[in-house]
Write a protein that binds this ligand. Sequence first.
Ligand code: 0X9
Ligand code: ZN
Length: 306
Amino acid sequence: AYKMNWNEYHRYDTIHALLLYYANEYPDTCTLYTIGKTVEDRDIQLLKISSGGEENKPAVFIDGGMHAREWISPAVVTYIIKELVERRGKYRSFINDVDFHVLPIVNVDGYEYSHTRSRLWRKNRASVWGPCSGVDLNRNFGYKWAAYFGTHNFGCSEDYRGTASFSEPESKAIRDYIMFQSKANYKAYLSFHSYGQMILYPYGYASGELPPDADDLERVGKAAANAIQKLSGTIYKSGNSAKLMYRTAGTSDDWAKGEAGIKYSYVIELSDKGRYGFTLPAKFIKPTGADAMEIVKVVANEINQV
Ligand code: 0X9
Ligand code: ZN
């Protein structure tokens, strides 16, 4: 059997090998897609987990690794995949009725760069005008792109938004898969980041700008935070992203909600609260993954009703 563990952080080749392993070993439920190529021509790979049957089942899109240095994110997203594929019996309340489209590393080039060159690298690896490189993929999505000057129009900035919305192949791949390729009935979008222990919902581009159904997002976010606390005692705060964290435009969760129309759109800032920050030791992968599964469960059960 393929050797994978959640005791250490893995490089992208190991993570992609895991996706291929699941696609080969569980052909009834898992399908592997290459949804695009990065700036440096690496594959952007996604695993669809579905028990088949009728089309138009409610679907969840999950991504991780949009920011290179947030290593806990791809680790947790692969943990979620493992749970949904290998331990289906634990998730009977929704596993046959909800489809999952799971992309563990959006920013593959940046992730590799953070392993080989610069541990705290955040952006992708695009060449940009001037002495610096990289576009912040979470400022490059096309809903109110550049609406807020807090996203920087300067190549050396850590949150450089790029020359246009979806200028980057990595953000474009997500847009095209969600909007055109996958033809799924998305009811939830979960984007895993770190750190801070927060479950955040749109909008982030302006303060006080809430979607009309903010009450639902508030309620489900709170329910997820409560489930985590009940499981492990870990405290996650939940609330609006601009209010609880900070304002910023062009994020993927704002786009998923405002443009793609996906109802339950969240950014999850995983552990910890700053003691280790981005360099969270690998022994925290499993407990953080278990916490994250509580969010997946609450959201999947919610969209499985009606
Ligand atoms: O700044 C980001 O892209 C996210 N935080 S991180 O530390 N992982 O970089 C937060 C995005 C959530 N949206 C807003 N706070 N507006
Ligand atoms: Zn992030």
